[in-house]
Design a protein around this ligand. Structure first.
Ligand code: GUN
Length: 283
């Protein structure tokens, strides 16, 4: 058996085309959606992420307001910049790219973003709304993963979903979203006693652990849907996921590649959140 490869780049393109229509309607009504991106320091991976988000904005008809700050920017200065974007009516979404330099308290900065402009969905109120089944702005990587499952036609209700990773921005929200769609959910983490015993039970396996090719074929239930959220850089500079793609694809039912799987969907969901935020203020 060879898995269906879920083409995240193609599905992200569809989502962006749908969002472009919505952005066009908002623009016609005088409410062009706008995203403010704040990037502190010169982490090369962050610079690449930010560029891809800004490119997607341009493609979808979303304005971008770009702030690049040096690595020695103080926390107070960054908070002031966030405040300025919070009160700028042209800005509907604010994204502070992570990681921030160590001298800046990331939690404090992220929680300063106005809840209605929090297009990363990291604000505690947005996370709380997700917990209670009423998501407004939801974290983009897990919501993009859910769209990949849905558009690939993977059954979710009644299935056993195993999530690897318990971060507040990927693992925990992904578990909530799967639960909301009536999956039975297990969350595994670095202290899980027998990881392979858990993953072998998964009809749907979502991996967000950040360990290159750690998920091998013997850890997969035949026919499972495998969503690889890891983006890891190998010593030769190439990117790979948490899943050993070449062997797991022989056994899984569906699988996402890295690159070209969840990554482009994360970007598409940022745009969807900006347009949703702009739509809420326009009405
Ligand atoms: N850095 C890596 N992933 C993300 C993300 O989803 N949002 C932000 N703001 N920064 C990130």
């Amino acid at each position: 058996m060879s898995a269906i490869i879920i083409d995240g780049s193609a599905i992200a393109k569809q989502v962006l085309a749908e969002q472009k229509i919505l952005a066009g309607r908002l623009t016609a009504g005088g409410h062009t959606p706008g995203l403010a991106v704040l990037l502190v320091g010169d982490d090369p991976a962050s610079a690449i992420y930010v560029r891809s988000k800004e490119r997607a904005c341009r493609e979808a008809g979303v304005l971008t307001f770009d702030t690049r700050l040096s690595a020695d920017t103080s926390e107070n200065e960054l908070l002031k910049r966030v405040d300025a974007m919070n009160s700028d009516p042209r800005v509907h979404g604010i994204l502070v790219q992570l990681p921030l330099p160590r001298h800046i308290n990331a939690v404090k900065v992220l929680q300063r973003i106005a809840v209605e402009k929090d297009v990363d969905g990291f604000n505690w109120r947005n996370l709380g709304a997700l917990l209670d089944g009423h998501p407004a702005l939801a974290p983009c990587t897990p919501s993009g993963s859910m769209i990949l499952l849905e558009r690939a036609g993977v059954p979710i209700a009644g299935r056993h979903a195993v999530v690897l990773g318990r971060s507040s921005i990927v693992g925990k929200p992904a578990a909530l979203m799967l639960l909301e769609r009536n999956a039975t959910v297990t969350v595994c983490h670095s202290r899980t006693a027998d990881l392979a015993a858990m993953t072998r039970q998964a009809d749907i396996l979502l991996s967000a652990i950040g360990r290159p090719r750690m998920i091998t074929a013997d850890m997969i239930k035949p026919g499972a849907a495998v969503i690889d959220i890891g983006i890891n850089r190998l010593p030769d500079g190439k990117l790979c996921g948490d899943v050993d793609f070449d062997v797991v694809r022989q056994k899984a039912g569906w699988i996402t590649p890295v690159p070209g799987g969840v990554g482009p969907m994360t970007v598409a969901m940022v745009i969807a959140n900006v347009i949703s935020a702009a739509g809420s203020t326009a009405t």
